[in-house]
Design a protein around this ligand. Sequence first.
Ligand SMILES: Nc1ncnc2c1ncn2[C@@H]1O[C@H](COP(=O)(O)OP(=O)(O)O)[C@@H](O)[C@H]1O
Ligand SMILES: [Mg+2]
Length: 307
Amino acid sequence: MIELKHVTKRFGSLTALDNLSLKLERGDVFGFIGPNGAGKSTTMKILACLLKPESGFATVCGMPCATHGTKIRRIIGYMPDFLGVYADLRVHEYLDFFASAYGMPRRDRKKIVGDVLDLTELSSKRDAMVDSLSRGMQQRLGVARVLIHDPDVLLLDEPASGLDPRARIEIRSLLMELRRMGKTIMVSSHILSELHEMCNTIGIIEKGRLLFSGSIDDAIRKSGLHKGIELRVDDHEKAAIVLRGLDVVTSVEVERDRLVIMIEGEREASRAVPAALVAAGIGLEVMQPRTVKLEDVFLVLTKGEVS
Ligand SMILES: Nc1ncnc2c1ncn2[C@@H]1O[C@H](COP(=O)(O)OP(=O)(O)O)[C@@H](O)[C@H]1O
Ligand SMILES: [Mg+2]
């Protein structure tokens, strides 16, 4: 549905995208994650046919962005990171303006505007002035705007940035609804945990390079952090010494009321660890896989390099 192949984009001497390749299948919800300046917006602008790369190519539905801008713009809905707000317009006028820009006949526009207001739960704000809306509502209006022409593909650049927790949840549930409708979505954020519930795939980008793309589970596996086990025992100090002596244990850390150990070989460890503790006369209260924090996965995969 969307493909970038060996895309390099420069701004003067700065390489914003460096040989970037990625692919989204139809119906994918792809979370595009990276720190500020990583190249997320640049990638989306290339897909939205607003920027041309120096080398490599981008396609949407098999059509090259470089040559099929007019057709691609009908298939995609692009919501930029900065939403120009039109003062002096009411919500429905704002949407009607974009509907007419897409060449929709006047008689259809009222229904379409009503439909997208329903979907984005803004119907009660139909007659409100755009610049009087809360930031969360303005972001939902931004999504409403890109849905006007019922595009199959959505490119949403940081739709939840700057929102309070409640507004974030509202944006998330709106995106889940769009996912259920079968839209193919690329959504960016600099916060990994914000995206993981709604995305089936993610890409991690830093300094213009794609460090990872795949499922969240793959990301966790690749980070190696899943190999952690949490233990609660009746003597942490003694247990730490015993566990450090085991081949299957690669590291032992004492964290407040528990021990976190990293292991090599889950099966072996699940036998060797309790056996060693019992043999040493240590009472084992809890043993469970460590809950992996996505922030930690992100830090490992990006090696802490933030531009
Ligand atoms: N129009 C531009 N002119 C010059 N540099 C740009 C321009 N757009 C983006 N950049 C630079 O390209 C890099 C990637 O930017 P961007 O794609 O906006 O990152 P992100 O969206 O991940 O924060 C940054 O270093 C940014 O300063
Ligand atoms: Mg950006």
